[in-house]
Write a protein that binds this ligand. Sequence first.
Ligand SMILES: *Cc1c(COP(=O)(O)O)cnc(C)c1O
Length: 406
Amino acid sequence: MDDYFAIDPIQDLDFSTRAVRSGTDRTNIGEHGEAMFLTSSFVFKSAAEAAARFGNQDPGYVYSRFTNPTVRQFERRLASLEQGEACMATASGMSAIMTTVLALMKAGDHMVCASAVFGSTYQLFSMLSRFGLQCSFVPLSDLKAWEAAIKPETKLFYVETPSNPLTELADLVGLASLTKSRAISLVVDNCFCTPALQKPLLHGADIVIHSATKYIDGQGRVLGGAIVGSRSFIHDQVLPLMRTTGPSLSAFNAWVLLKGLETLQIRMEQQSANAMETAQWLAAHPSVSRVYYPGLSSHPQHELAKAQQRRFGAVVSFELRGGDDESLRRHAWSVIDATEVISITGNLGDTKTTITHPASTTHGRLSPQARLDAGIGEGLIRLAVGLESPRDLCADLARGLDRIAK
Ligand SMILES: *Cc1c(COP(=O)(O)O)cnc(C)c1O
């Protein structure tokens, strides 16, 4: 085997070609489909070879906690699509986030995070003080607040863009202008867009995180995560942590995700188109007071979305009109319960459209104040639009929405 983190030789080809071909490492059997290596360890030709592998003098495979050929094919393909130098896959998105924080910070250090991030990410960062790490939360799009939050011990900035569930954007170039001169790492969770729609490293991010569970799998089958960054970061800081802490991606899951990457672009394009149609329909409905979707010209950051993303993604949130918190919750639940096609689930990134009430599910563990700060009201509903026909999706939503309008 060549160098474990070798740059893929087909890096110059187009995205759709790399999505299908990058990272392929065929065995001498000549299999066309990528092989699934369900093995915990690898055998050595001699004691000397074993010693060289364990001592890192020979770059071959050792043990699947940190080196596996199927996982490596997924890592190399994703690194190629993000236009990063190297990638390390993890068991889930959360383990990718935790590993990145452990790699970049030590006790006494500080990080700044957007207040509107995935619920479990918020919980994880709130927990860090137990380990002597501090985290400040600031509004995602307020660059002045980011700058004001910087301390001498600040080691990383953490954002998701667009945010969940309000589809607010981070200005990546603006954030990078704050981090570049200060030895702060800009970490971007690219779960919502995937490299098919947005490549944060090209806008100044240092590290990209993925919950591959979402659009990379795309069909709601397995959990997985990934960290993409410079070769030195992945090799010197992430790999030793993976090797000793073990939040590793299984070869089976890596194989599923590798196949997911092959159809990622066409799924993201079609799901974005379906989301756009659904968002436009919702914006015209009398029961809806506001639609959050970067593709609508009414979105306050529509121009930034056009500059930073190729398409606008598949997550659409909307707010129901009027009423106090209790009646808003009742209406939101009735719209959700009236659906017959759409799945009621907190997951997203599936070919099947999903619907959820963030205030009582994904963001239910936040304190009422934190929920208010994040802008998650009782009348808010989040859709993650899939591959069904938008006409059927709108008819499914109309059942509940028309009833409220009366
Ligand atoms: C789901 C999600 C995560 C966590 O990923 P898991 O694979 O569920 O651990 C992190 N970030 C975002 C934006 C997510 O949607």
